[in-house]
Ligand binder design. Structure first.
Ligand SMILES: Cc1cc2nc3c(=O)[nH]c(=O)nc-3n(C[C@H](O)[C@H](O)[C@H](O)COP(=O)(O)OP(=O)(O)OC[C@H]3O[C@@H](n4cnc5c(N)ncnc54)[C@H](O)[C@@H]3O)c2cc1C
Length: 511
C-alpha cells in the first residue's frame, strides 16, 4: 500500500522495497542492535517531490528519516521506529548557481564536498567552510545537519521542507523582491536554527554557502612532540594568535596509519600533490619530498602536529609560519617534514580511513572544548585510557587520537580500531580489491560490545566535562547537557514544526 503511494509520486524505480537493500539503511558506519529496517527507501529527484513525499508520509502516519551520504556514526538517520520511510536524497545533487560576483554557491543538499571543490576548480574560489574529511562521499546537507566542529558562519541560507510539506527559505533568500541568497540574517537567524538539527526540524533541500578567494600565500609546517599535553598546548597557543588556517595533531598510531595508507591510495595522493602545487615544478618537488619522507617517516615520532598557514601573499603566510615555529619549538616541538599537511591540502577528502590499514573497524567519539580547558581535559582523558588500557589490549582493541583546532575551540577525538566483520555499508565504498581482502574478517561481537561500552563511557566523560559536540543524532545527550529552559524552548520549536514527531524520531531526544 505505502509502496504504491510513493511509487505514484516518484515512479517505481525510485522506491526501494528489496529487503537486502533496505537493510543497508538500518546501520550507519556503526551497527545499532535492534534498529528497525526502514519500511521503504524513497529517492526523490526534486524539492517538489520531497514536498509530496512528506505530505504523503503525513497522511499515512509514517516517520521519515532523511539521509545524505550515510557517513555518520551517531544513529542520526538510522530508524527509531518500525514503519519509517528513509528519504535518500542522493538524486538532489545539482550545483544550481556559482555566483562569482556576489561570492556564493547555491546547491542541492546531496552535492558532495568533493563535487563542489571540483566544480570550483579554475574559479580561484572556495567555500569559507571546510568540509569534513569524508567529503568524498558525505554531502553538504549532511554536514549542515550535523554541524561541523569548526564554524558554520559560511552558511548563508537554506531551503527547507517542513514535516507538513511546507517549503521555506531562510536569510535574504526569503525576500520576495530582488530575491538573492547573499545574506544570512534578516531579523532572527532562521538559518542557524536548522544547522545541527540532524534533520529533526526539517529536510534541507537547498543550501547557500559563502565563497572566498583562495589566498595567494600558503605555507606548511609539522612538529614532533613527546607528550599530548605539549602538543595540545602548542596548538592552543598557535590558535590563540590566529596563525594557522588548519591545525591538527595525531598520536603515534594515527601517525602510522596516516602515512601508511595502502600503496594505491598513496600513489594517488602523490599525483594529487604534484598537480596541486603552485607550479608543476613546485608540485613535483613537494611530491618528491613526500615520497622521500617515505612510509616509515613517523615511526620515531610520538605526537605530530600539522599546520597550514595562509596569507594574502606568500610573505604573510611565511610570517605566520615563522611565528608558529617559535611557539612550537618553545613548547618542546621538533620540526619535521610537513608531508601530511601538503598531502591533505592536495587530497582533502577520502573515506579510506573508515577502516584501519588491515581492514579493522573504526569508530570515533569527540568533545569540543574552549582552548583554555586543554590542561584540565587531557589528564582526564589520559587517566581514562590508563584505567582501561589492559582490558582494551586483551580484546585486541587499539585506540588513537586526533586533535584539531578551529579558532578558539579545541577538538579531541579518540578513535577505536578492532577486527570485526566489514559491513555491507563499508563494502559498498571499498575498492573490489579491498572488499575481497577484508571481506573474510569474521564478526567479533565481544570486541564490538567492549568498543561500544568504552566509547559510551568516554562520551559520558566528555559530557561531564561540559563538552560541546557536533553530530548529536541519537547518540550525544543534548537534553541532559542544556539548561532545562533552553531545551524546553527547542522542544517548543520542534512541536511547532513537527507536532506529530515524524521527522527523525529519537534525534536530539525527541521521540
Ligand atoms: C572517514 C570519515 C571521516 C570523517 N571526517 C569528518 C570530519 O573531518 N569532520 C566531521 O565533522 N565529520 C566527519 N565525519 C563524520 C560524517 O561523515 C560527517 O558528519 C558528514 O558531514 C556527514 O554527512 P553525510 O552526508 O554522510 O550525512 P548522513 O550520515 O547521511 O546524515 C547525517 C545526519 O544528517 C541528517 N541529514 C542528512 N542530510 C540531510 C538533509 N538534507 N536534510 C536534513 N537532514 C539531513 C541525517 O538524518 C543524519 O541525522 C567523517 C566520517 C568518516 C566515515
Amino acid at each position: 500500500m505505502s509502496h504504491a503511494a510513493f511509487a505514484a509520486i516518484l515512479g517505481a524505480d525510485h522506491v526501494v522495497a528489496d529487503e537486502t537493500e533496505r537493510r543497508l539503511y538500518a546501520q550507519d558506519v556503526m551497527q545499532w542492535p535492534g534498529a528497525p529496517v526502514p519500511e521503504l527507501v524513497v529517492k526523490p529527484g526534486s524539492a517538489a517531490e520531497v514536498v509530496q513525499v512528506l505530505q504523503r508520509a503525513a497522511q499515512l502516519g509514517m516517520a521519515v528519516a532523511p539521509r545524505g551520504g550515510g557517513m555518520s556514526y551517531t544513529k542520526g538517520y538510522v530508524p527509531e521506529k518500525a514503519g519509517t520511510v528513509m528519504l535518500d536524497l542522493a538524486r538532489l545533487n545539482q550545483i544550481v548557481e556559482i555566483n562569482t560576483r556576489d561570492l556564493y554557491v547555491v546547491l542541492e543538499p546531496a552535492v558532495t564536498w568533493q563535487q563542489l571543490s571540483e566544480a570550483l576548480k579554475g574559479t580561484g574560489l572556495r567555500p569559507t567552510i571546510t568540509g569534513p574529511i569524508s567529503g568524498a562521499v558525505s554531502t553538504v546537507g549532511g554536514a549542515l545537519s550535523q554541524n561541523l566542529p569548526g564554524s558554520m558562519d559560511g552558511v548563508l541560507g537554506l531551503e527547507l521542507v517542513l514535516a507538513d510539506g511546507t517549503r521555506v527559505h531562510t536569510g535574504s533568500w526569503a525576500i520576495t523582491r530582488a530575491k538573492s541568497p547573499f545574506f544570512r540574517t534578516y531579523g532572527p537567524d532562521l538559518t542557524g536554527l536548522f544547522l545541527g538539527d540532524t534533520g529533526a526540524y526539517a529536510v534541507k533541500t537547498g543550501a547557500v554557502l559563502r565563497l572566498e578567494h583562495v589566498p595567494e600565500g600558503v605555507a606548511f609546517a609539522s612538529f614532533a612532540f613527546d607528550r599530548m599535553i605539549d602538543i595540545a598546548g602548542a596548538m592552543a597557543e598557535v590558535a590563540h594568535h590566529g596563525l594557522a588556517a588548519k591545525s591538527f595533531g595525531m598520536d603515534p598510531l594515527k601517525n602510522r596509519t596516516a602515512t601508511k595508507v595502502d600503496m594505491a591510495e598513496g600513489a594517488r595522493t602523490l599525483v594529487d600533490v604534484a598537480r596541486s602545487g603552485k607550479s608543476l615544478v613546485q608540485g613535483i618537488r613537494d611530491a618528491a619530498r613526500i615520497a622521500a619522507a617515505g612510509r616509515n617517516a613517523f615511526d620515531d615520532v610520538k605526537w605530530s602536529l600539522h599546520l597550514t598557514f595562509e596569507g594574502f601573499d606568500q610573505h604573510t603566510a611565511d610570517a605566520k609560519k615563522a611565528a608558529a615555529q617559535r611557539i612550537c619549538t618553545g613548547k618542546g616541538g621538533r620540526e619535521i617534514e610537513p608531508s601530511i599537511p601538503v598531502a591533505m591540502r592536495a587530497k582533502p577528502y577520502s573515506i579510506r580511513g573508515f577502516l584501519g590499514l588491515e581492514g579493522e573497524r573504526w569508530v570515533p567519539v569527540h568533545g569540543v572544548f574552549a582552548n583554555s580547558r586543554v590542561d584540565q581535559v587531557i589528564p582526564r582523558v589520559e587517566a581514562f585510557f590508563a584505567e582501561r588500557g589492559a582490558a582494551l589490549e586483551a580484546a585486541d582493541i587499539r585506540h588513537s587520537f586526533l586533535l584539531s583546532i578551529n579558532g578558539p575551540q579545541w577538538l579531541v577525538e579518540p578513535m577505536f580500531y578492532w577486527f570485526d566483520e566489514v559491513t555491507p555499508l563499508h563494502k559498498r565504498h571499498l575498492s573490489p580489491k579491498n572488499a575481497e581482502r577484508f571481506g573474510a574478517i569474521p564478526a567479533n561481537p565481544n570486541a564490538r560490545d567492549l568498543v561500544l561500552k568504552t566509547r559510551t563511557d568516554l562520551r559520558d566523560l566528555f559530557f561531564d566535562l561540559g563538552a560541546v559536540t557536533a553530530q548529536v543524532g541519537k547518540y550525544y545527550n543534548l537534553p541532559g547537557a542544556l539548561e532545562p529552559e533552553t531545551y524546553a524552548l527547542l522542544t517548543r520549536i520542534k512541536d511547532l514544526l513537527d507536532p506529530d514527531r515524524r521527522l527523525n524520531p529519537g534525534n536530539l531526544g525527541w521521540r
